[in-house]
Design a protein. Structure first.
Length: 276
């Protein structure tokens, strides 16, 4: 007798399941509004710096575009203008990618205590994992800095790739923007998963391995978060929700929600009283 294996969910369906975790994260505003407001504070502080950096770049984008396209100086005005426009757009896309991911890393560091409480609240609602022995403040701090740098290095490489893709004739900006959202979203979710994975005693290498096992789902969450972060002031409001969503994603990729007494029997977070 032939045994049929269960059908594997399609990558597209998994992508949208992953995106849904961000919107489920926003529901934490209902169950823990005070925590979410506190989570906006470091996001706003770092956001001021990020906006200043981008505003300075945008104000000087024509100069930057001319600087990186000296080969077009002797071309006709039409060809030169088109090339500099494409270069300026490519610089903007690459810079946004770099700023969004750097912003996330810096915000998680500044607001570490707040975001740990948000993640713990989500876990408390759905079933907390076994408590881990803390390493101590300085060990946690040094490890966090090291992991942040290890995530930002490929971000720089990806920003350079996005910049190069932007020079492709006609479709360059579309290809660059898509690559930024998908690949940048992957790096974003790796960084956002830091706190919930660490609560389970898992650090960067194990985190990447677990997320690769549900890559489409992870990329869906990361891309959705990346796009929301592009909305003016969206990152400030969405940052606490993104951390809550990352905790839900962590539970999902580790199969915690499939365990007896986990998600299926857990109360709806919107019906829970705020956690102190």
């Amino acid at each position: 007798m032939t045994t049929l294996s269960p059908k594997r969910p399609s990558a597209i369906r998994e992508f949208f399941v992953g995106a849904s975790f961000l919107f489920r994260g926003f529901r934490t505003w209902i169950s823990a509004p005070r925590l979410m407001v506190l989570g906006m504070v470091p996001a706003a502080i770092v956001g001021v710096v990020a906006i200043a950096v981008l505003a300075t770049l945008f104000a000087n984008i024509q100069t930057v575009a001319a600087f990186i396209t000296p080969f077009a100086n002797d071309w006709s005005e039409l060809a030169k203008g088109a090339t500099q426009f494409a270069a300026g757009l490519a610089v903007v896309l690459a810079s946004i990618l770099l700023v969004v991911n750097t912003y996330t890393t810096a915000t998680l560091m500044v607001g570490d205590a707040f975001y740990r409480k948000i993640s713990a609240h989500v876990d408390a609602v759905y079933g907390a994992p076994p408590a881990q022995q803390p390493l101590g403040f300085w060990k946690d701090f040094r490890r966090g800095i090291g992991e942040g740098v290890r995530v930002l290095i490929p971000t720089v490489g990806l920003a350079i790739l996005v910049l190069i893709l932007g020079f492709i004739p006609v479709v360059g900006s579309i290809v660059a923007a898509t690559a930024g959202a998908l690949l940048g979203g992957w790096l974003l979710v790796v960084e956002l998963g830091n706190i919930p994975f660490e609560a389970r005693g898992l650090h960067l290498t194990a985190r990447r391995r677990a997320l690769r096992g549900s890559r489409a789902r992870a990329v869906g969450f990361g891309a959705a978060t990346y796009l929301v972060f592009l909305i003016p002031f969206g990152a400030v409001v969405a940052m606490p929700a993104a951390l809550a969503g990352a905790t839900l994603l962590t539970r999902s990729v580790r199969g915690e929600d499939a365990r007896p007494g986990a998600l299926n029997n857990a109360p709806d977070p919107s019906e829970q009283p705020p956690e102190d």
